[in-house]
Design a binder for this molecule. Structure first.
Ligand code: HEC
Length: 173
């Protein structure tokens, strides 16, 4: 009479509750996923960022003219550099470091080691992640320049850029 089949035991109803809970959870997850898929951010087309293959880039020695140096290194693809023909990239900030450099060093967000604008320029090239210029994309500037630019090339770049005070090229040298 009181066999296991006739008595409404607790475990089955518990299992039923669990099944309902699992169904609800699954439904909530589905709705959430659908929401993510339809959210406006996922439909944005990612910005086209030029990629430079380090294996295709020759070592820049610093013997080159400043024009050739910037072009060879690919800086012109992403940056506007006054006085350098063809340097009108818009991916990164215009390289007017004589003008903008001092404010980078005093930015409370700046955590790098540089004490001077010149050091800041070199640091930005060999370690771009140290400080990301506000309003520009992180992880975009190549991280391998330290291996491809000789010390002489870095020096030449820094002395050029620290003299750029705005849209016009530095005084002819
Ligand atoms: C693929 C694009 C790309 C290339 C190539 C590139 N950069 Fe950049 N660069 C950026 C972006 C984006 C930023 C801003 C974000 C950041 O600070 O990392 C930046 C930031 C900088 C800064 C800091 C500028 C400032 O106003 O504080 C300097 C200096 C710089 N780049 C120099 C160079 C030099 C020199 C080269 C070539 C040897 C070069 N970059 C090549 C994308 C690029």
């Amino acid at each position: 009479m009181l066999g296991p089949t006739s008595s409404p035991s607790v475990p089955p109803s518990n299992q039923k509750n669990k099944a309902v809970a699992a169904l609800v959870a699954g439904f909530v997850l589905l709705v959430a996923l659908a929401g993510i898929q339809n959210s406006p951010t996922s439909s944005l087309v990612p910005p086209v960022v030029p990629r430079i293959d380090p294996n295709m880039m020759p070592l820049v020695t610093g013997e080159e003219s400043i024009q050739e140096l910037f072009v060879r290194a690919g800086c012109t693809v992403c940056h506007q550099i006054p006085g350098i023909a063809g340097a009108n990239g818009k991916v990164g900030p215009p390289l007017w470091l004589g003008k903008t450099g001092p404010s980078r060093l005093t930015d409370p967000q700046y955590r790098g080691q540089a004490q001077t604008v010149r050091e800041y320029i070199v640091e930005s090239i060999v370690s771009p992640g140290t400080y990301v210029v506000p309003g520009f994309p992180p992880d975009t500037m190549p991280t391998w320049y330290g291996r491809k630019l000789s010390a002489g090339a870095l020096n030449k770049i820094a002395s050029y850029l620290e003299q750029v005070m705005g849209e016009s090229p530095p005084e002819a040298r």
